[in-house]
Design a binder for this molecule. Structure first.
Ligand SMILES: Nc1ncnc2c1ncn2[C@@H]1O[C@H](COP(=O)(O)OP(=O)(O)OP(=O)(O)O)[C@@H](O)[C@H]1O
Length: 259
């Protein structure tokens, strides 16, 4: 539970295109790390490289190291499927399996990982995960209804329940609130604050108030121009990034002067 991630000299490619260059960073357990920066600077690409989702795209690859509590995630003996179980992901648009029931959505990851469980144990796991995602009270009487019968905010919490059901160590969230209304956004932010007690959380967000509200550490990515690689320009405690950043580019970005 809640592991530390150390990234060194990470270059991330799409074919011959170097999208992100030279990332060195340590992500602390039991905390929320926010990644901010202008469009196209490689935040999502970097996030997906942390759980080896990046290489699912043909021709996509990385150089460098990503180490989780001493385990080299790109080492010769690392299994990408296992890495993705240990490091879960929640996407921008809630993506429950639409015709699958609420119950089956939560159980899906566990079933995919082919862990055979007794019905009673699975019931417990589904309940625990939905409680962990602050959704249980809203859905406990309709677990057999399809995932698509929920509101957008509820669907996103269902996706979080599905992600935490397989008991990952790290949760990656790629703009998890950008498709949600302000009330659902606050519900997800509250939930993240609870989840960080058990998981390491990394979130990509375009919403600077959100980064300031929820995260302990913030990384600012930037790029020099179209076709240039994105770089991690500054990584510091969130309070410092938003009050007294080290880099002028960070200050320009957070004060809305560009991006
Ligand atoms: N599947 C892909 N194939 C080729 N290039 C890609 C692919 N996905 C992203 N890129 C390129 O990689 C670079 C970084 O993109 P990425 O989506 O990671 O940026 P981002 O900072 O997350 O942007 P946004 O804030 O707009 O979501 C961009 O130049 C983008 O065009």
């Amino acid at each position: 539970m809640a592991k530390r991630i150390d990234v060194s000299d990470l270059n991330i490619y799409y074919g011959n295109f170097l999208a992100v260059e030279g990332v060195n960073v340590s992500i602390e357990p039991r905390s929320i790390t926010a990644l901010i920066g202008p469009s196209g600077c490689g935040k999502s690409t970097f996030l997906r490289s942390l759980n080896r989702m990046h290489e699912v795209i043909p021709g996509a690859r990385v150089e460098g190291k990503v180490v989780m509590d001493g385990q080299d995630l790109y080492g010769a003996d690392a299994d990408p499927v296992d890495v993705r179980r240990q490091i879960g992901m929640v996407f921008q648009r809630p993506n429950p399996f639409p015709t699958m029931s609420i119950y089956d959505n939560v159980a899906a990851g566990v079933r995919l990982n082919s862990r055979k469980m007794k019905k009673a144990d699975l019931d417990d796991l589904v309940e625990r995960s939905l409680k962990g995602a602050n959704l249980w009270n809203e859905v406990k009487d309709r677990l057999d209804r399809p995932g698509s019968s929920l509101s957008g905010g509820q669907q996103q919490r269902l996706c979080i329940a599905r992600a935490i059901a397989v008991e990952p160590d790290v949760l990656l969230m790629d703009e998890p609130c950008s498709a949600l209304d302000p009330i659902s956004t606050l519900a997800i932010e509250d939930l993240m604050t609870e989840l960080k007690e058990r998981f390491t959380i990394v979130i990509v967000t375009h919403n600077m108030q959100q980064a300031a509200r929820v995260s302990e550490q913030t990384g600012f990515f930037n790029l020099n121009g179209v076709g240039q690689p994105g770089r991690l320009i500054e990584f510091n405690p969130t309070e410092k990034i938003f009050s007294n950043p080290d880099q002028k580019a960070t200050e320009d970005y957070i004060s809305g002067r560009f991006g």
